[in-house]
Each structure stands twice: as C-alpha cells, then as structure tokens.
Design a protein around this ligand. Sequence first.
Ligand code: HAM
Length: 426
Amino acid sequence: MNNLKNLRGTVDLLPDQLIKWQNVEKILMDQLSRASIKEIRTPILEMTELFIRGIGEGTDVVSKEMYTFVDRGKRSCTLRPEGTASVARALLQNGLSSNPFQKLWYMGPMFRYERPQAGRQRQFHQLGVEFIGYESVRSDVEIIALAWDILGKLGIKELNLEINTLGDVNDRFNFQKSFLKWLEINKNSLDSDSQNRMNKNPLRILDSKNIQTKKALENAPKLFNFLSEKSHKRYSELKKQLEVLKIPFVENFNLVRGLDYYTHTAFEITSGALGSQATVCGGGRYDDLIKQMGGPSTPAIGFAIGLERLILLAGEELEVPRNTDIYIVNQGLIAESLAMDLSRKLRNYDLLVELDLSGASFSKQFKKANRLKSKSIIVIGDNEAANKEFIIRLFDKSTQENKEEVISFENDIKLGKWLNKYLLAQ
Ligand code: HAM
C-alpha cells in the first residue's frame, strides 16, 4: 500500500484546503444564480469523437493532451478536457429547439495530459458559463462583465482583460490563404514548434511565445486587416460597450485561444499575481460549433475559469472555517443516547453542532471543545441524564463572562430557537 500514490498532475484536496474551495464555490454559485444562470451537469466521460469534432483535430488539446481509451464495448472514450463541447452536445441531444436561449453554468473536473507545474494540473477544475442562442454584442459584453465581476467579487486584484476578434469563417479563410503564403516564405525564421503547426493549426502560430517567432510575425499579414466590415463593426461596438461599463481592456491581436471553435470575440483574463500560468479565465464566441455538430445554426459565447488558479488568487479570509456553535460533551450510556438525540434536534436550527464520540474523559472532551473555539458547550453526564436535563455553558454578552445554565430536555426546541438567534449573531 505504501507504494500507491496518486497519478502525476492530480491532487488530493484535504479538509483544511477544502474550506477555501467551498467558500469560493459558494460565492461563485451566489453570483451565478443572481444573474439567473442555470446549472447543467454533463458526464465526465464522452465519446472521443465529440472533442475531435468540437475542439478540432489540429489543436494541442485534442492531438496531444486527451485521456483517451477504448472501453469494454470497444468504444473510444475520452475524459473531458473542457466543458463547451459537452454542453453543446447535451443541448442538441435534449431538444435545444424547445428552448433556444439558455444561460448555463457548470463546475467540475477536466483532464489534460500537460506538463504539471504550479497552476497547471492534469486533472483540474473549471467553472464554465455558456450563453446559447445569443447573437448580439450585448451578450459578449454580459459574458465578459460576468467573468470580470466574479473575479472582482472574490477580491482578486491585478487583473488584466485582453480581447481580440477572430472574425467569421470567411474572414479567417481569407487571412489564412495569405498567412500560409507568408509562412512558406518565412518558414526558416520560425521556431520548430511553429513550423510543425504550419499545416495543422497555422492560426496558433500567432500565439507563439518564442521570441524569434514573435519578432518575425511583426511583418506577417494581420487577421485584423482581413475582417469584413460587419466583423469590424461588431468588434468596435464591443469595445465601446466595455468602455461604457468601465471595464478596462487591452487589445491583443495575437490572442487566438487554443480551441478551434472560436469566432469573433476571444478574451482572456490574466493576473499578475500568478506565475507563468497567469490565465485565470478564457473564453469567446463560438457561433459555428452547434451547427458543426449537426444542430441548427446557433450563436453562442462563454468562458471558463480555472478553479485551482482562482483558489491561489482568492484572499486568505476565505480559508477560515465556520466556528462550531455547540460542542456536546457527553459520557455514560443514557447520556450518550440523549446527546445523540439532542445533536440531531439542534442541527435543525442551522447550528453547527459537533457531538463528541470519543468516550474520553470529560476534561479531554472539554479540551477539544476549547481547541475548536466552540461558541458554546453542552454537557450531559450520568447525573444530568438521570434528571432529564443538560448543562449549557456559553458566553454571556451582557456580563461579558461565561455562564452556565441547566436546561430540561423538555425545553430543547425552545433552546434551539434561542441559540439560533443568539449564537449565529456572534
Ligand atoms: P481554456 O482556455 O482551455 O478554455 O481553459 C479555461 C481555463 O481553464 C484557463 O484559463 C485556465 O485557468 C484553466 N486551465 C486550463 N488548463 C488547465 C490546467 N491544465 N491546469 C489548471 N488549469 C487549467 C476552455 O476550456 C473553454 N471551454 C472556455 C470556454 C467556454 N470558451 C467558451 N466557453
């Protein structure tokens, strides 16, 4: 058993770490439900074909990073590397036409066989949001504003929003023709990775981090110059509306994103507080994806936030656990049974109640209650059990001292109501 370890790039999340995760998730879910966005859950395992067709065969995600295997029924299956393709599939399969406008979110694990490092794992988590059926620039703005506000709500600073437009299929086709010609002529000025991408996914070369390639690209044709008037207008309108909302952005004409389905708006939010894996959120419009998957022409836009990176950025105040409201110290056969009963009743009043199950001495149980900084302690021993009562010890706000009271089990409900008001206000 000693040799058994988790797989490289996967992480155990332990109870102390999960306090922050749960607090962050709660804030996220509150924000999303306030924006009237509904949850969707799709399987973690999908047919491989979905991602080949949805994300694109030439992308790194599909060609190098997927966890793919053949199952016992001889089907090729893949652990989802992202959520957008799955959401599109689920909507198509479950009757998109009956509700062509949907605002959806999902949260859960994704899998990519990448080189693990700080902020990059092979099993990681995303919060994704997808607006399906929405075509107007206003939906782009709402999506970007939502991502921006979610990060703001978590108190994350040093954020930079980068935007770009990738135009529509025709714009990109025209650009690609000219870009490929340029690439042929300038092949030798590119790094080997970019050279390999020439035939598979030339657009991705624009995103290269290689200094030599970046320099050479300065003289390459620009996608922006191949945009139709309509695409130009759309992009200008987006910038105008972001300015009205005072959401600061930087234009990055090399931002092409790593998945093939994008059209028009593409954006990323990075944080200076993260290391080399600085992108906390990425998204964009994908107007052709649902049609490509065999559905009706359906415009859509969305984003995903990497939760591991979000947790790294979120403030320490979210690491603080909720205090125990009542710690029940108990010993003796009847006392233990009464204590169990009482703990169940008190939890109905929204109180965090911990029942000591150790059977240890009273003094050890008290020590544990103090270590947990429990707001109050209930004591039930043989004497109390015989009298059908228990002792409660709590901090009296009026005298600023601890006080003890004996309560009859008959009054447990009254006490529960009172404690709910008294302790939860502390
Ligand atoms: P993505 O840019 O591939 O987009 O991923 C979104 C975010 O997931 C990244 O910005 C990053 O924070 C996080 N992420 C990606 N890979 C890893 C990893 N290996 N380890 C840790 N975090 C990671 C998408 O997945 C699109 N589905 C987003 C989207 C939704 N576009 C439209 N709708």
